[in-house]
Design a protein around this ligand. Structure first.
Ligand code: ZN
Length: 114
């Protein structure tokens, strides 16, 4: 019998107002909830720490001119207000747009609450 599979998806239609099942979420609330983030060019954290990854999608950040076409050269970084300090965590612009509301982020230099 040719079952018409596809009419019963119990999860479809459920209100998904949050991103609880997003693959990028790995407990970042613990250190990024309510954070102030600043959009800026990526600079190496130190001489021995010359790149970073987006805290969500793991996309690579490199200083401009690195020649890596897959890497981002700017993104949202933590500021001095963060317990780990400025530039410790980076969030790419895509993930910032996706999660700003969920994480209650504030963009530095803007009085606009994101
Ligand atoms: Zn990302």
């Amino acid at each position: 019998m040719a079952a018409e599979n596809g009419s019963y998806f119990p999860l479809m239609g459920r209100e998904t107002t949050d991103h609880g099942d997003d693959w990028r979420l790995m407990g970042q609330e613990r250190y990024l909830r309510g954070a102030t983030l600043e959009l800026r060019d990526y600079v190496a954290y130190s001489a021995s720490w010359e790149h970073d990854h987006c805290a969500f999608c793991q996309r690579k950040f490199l200083p401009a001119g690195s020649g890596d076409p897959g890497a981002r050269t700017r993104g949202y970084a933590t500021t001095d207000e963060h317990e780990r300090g400025a530039g410790y965590y980076w969030v790419c612009e895509d993930c910032f747009a996706d999660f700003a509301a969920r994480f209650d982020w504030h963009a530095k230099g803007s009085d606009r609450k994101v």
